[in-house]
Ligand binder design. Sequence first.
Ligand code: LR7
Ligand code: MN
Length: 583
Amino acid sequence: LGCFGLLYLCGVFYFLHVAFHDRTEYDSEFEAADDADSVALGIGVVPPKLKFSSREALMAFRYKRYERAKRRPQRDGPGEMGKPVILTVEEQREADRLFAKETFNVVASNKVAMDRSIHDTRHPECKNVNYPKALPNASIVVVFCNEAFTPLVRTAHSIVNRSPPEYLHEVILLDDYSDRPELGDNLLEYVENTWPDGIVKVYRTNERSGLIRAKLAGAMLATGDVLIFLDAHCEVNNGWIEPILYRIKEKHSVVLCPMIDSINDKTLEYSDQGGVQIGGFSWNGHFTWRPIPKSIKQDLSPTDPVRSPTMAGGLLAVDRSYFFEIGGYDPGMDIWGGENLEISFRTWMCGGSLEFIPCSRVGHIFRSAHPYSFPDHKDVHGLNSKRLAEVWMDEYKRLFYMHRKDLLDKDAGDVSDRIALRKKLKCRSFKWYLENVYPEKYIIDENVKAWGYIRNPQSSLCLDLLGKDDKTVIPVGLFYCQISAGVGISSNQIFSWSQDNELRREEVCLDATPAGPDVLLLPCHGLKGHQEWYHNMESGIIKHVVTNKCLDHNNVGSSGKVSIQECDGKDSQIWAFEHYIES
Ligand code: LR7
Ligand code: MN
């Protein structure tokens, strides 16, 4: 099945290549056969307006454009140098009106030049690195669905203007079946007039593919040495491409992420996000940002690639053949989500590595909603993540389901092709990944002294988040214990007693201060202090070490609050974990 799947992918790949090469004159739009497969493409290509007598003439044209953009005198229009855009009261009203649909400030974006300047956010040392002249070239793949026009074309402008032409093979704008009129002929016309040499190409899927299959389709259309994926609301910064291409030239089996700068969704201000962060994940299947572990940080220069267990997903570069070698993306994933952790786990487990490149800077508009539709009643991120867990997480998928009980009986489709891929590539285990790539990852039921719910026998109640999200500071409450084994337990009641004597969840710890009786969940700092607790398994008390007080509760009925009080051994100070682990 795996071989068949791969052969099939190769087939589609080959077909698209043939289709593409046959049309290098870009004579007209044409329809690719609808294979009723995962990446159905109706392809519209923008015909280049200009014909060049030779490749030299074409490159001369491109160089002239690049040099002109580089030497353009500083302007001072709205948003230049990445400054925030200031709107009039009228304009702001219009922006607010459109915000729900656009999910960012489109009025501000429309005022900013398509090829605006931004300040260089790189570390000064990045500017002194000398990269060899001979580097692979890249196809930039930008997929989009119902994105606003100006950020989309600004993405393309920034790429063309800030990438030396010998390295920029093409920019592929792949429209994932948008239904906005301004993205139709209008976009084709804009592209044709702005880049008459055909460096920017527009394609369109003939059905909504979702960003994962759309990226796969874009990758299959690309013909450059390296693939670089970007979201459709990015601006690449000075010198962004050389460090990426250089690293891939050095090491074939690497997936790279530029450092992501932020473009403010309300003001379009371009700014760096502070220090370098790398990727992690939470057991419920989400990507998280985290600081570089100290052990790695001390040996790093500001220009060195930084190994990262995971990536955010949107902005990445990979050798094109390597991308397909390790299985592209999972075409069974729909619309949005999950593919970022999937490619991260897969890359590491199948022999490659994932790195952030601090000298490569790309801005991205961070939005709190999406301008495109999602299928009704279908949790695409959840189902995609279930596919990921089933294929890549081995026995650790128990931790995924511990947080996503709801997905246990949901159908995420057939994953046998992906399992076959994993076999074929002889990938390592998820345990290997955790131990070698992400050793800091906290595993709530391994290497701990106790875990599960924390129950007070007197009231038969358990510590509980009471429905709150533990990403913010919250007090700890009490609720009926969710008695059941293994994955059945509600994640609202899962705690562990760590080797460092913390009462810990995935990232947050029970914290109390000498000042107050309140017990809060705060990010774990690993320094003991206010987060150190001692549990006497015989007597059942849980002592807060710094204050020498005991975990107590004042329950009334089914609910209540926990606090620290003078230890007196009364029933409200007796606790038992669901599971104790013998050491
Ligand atoms: O059905 C769709 N078809 C599409 O073509 C849905 C989306 N898309 C396009 C969309 O128009 C956009 O250009 O796909 C691109 C990404 O969608 P966004 O910008 O809505 O996603 P995001 O920025 O919220 O989400 C991040 O996580 C996603 C998980 O599937 C993808 O990996 C995104 O690429 C990724 N973006 C980043 O990593 C940018 C940095 C943000 C961070 C952290
Ligand atoms: Mn995005």
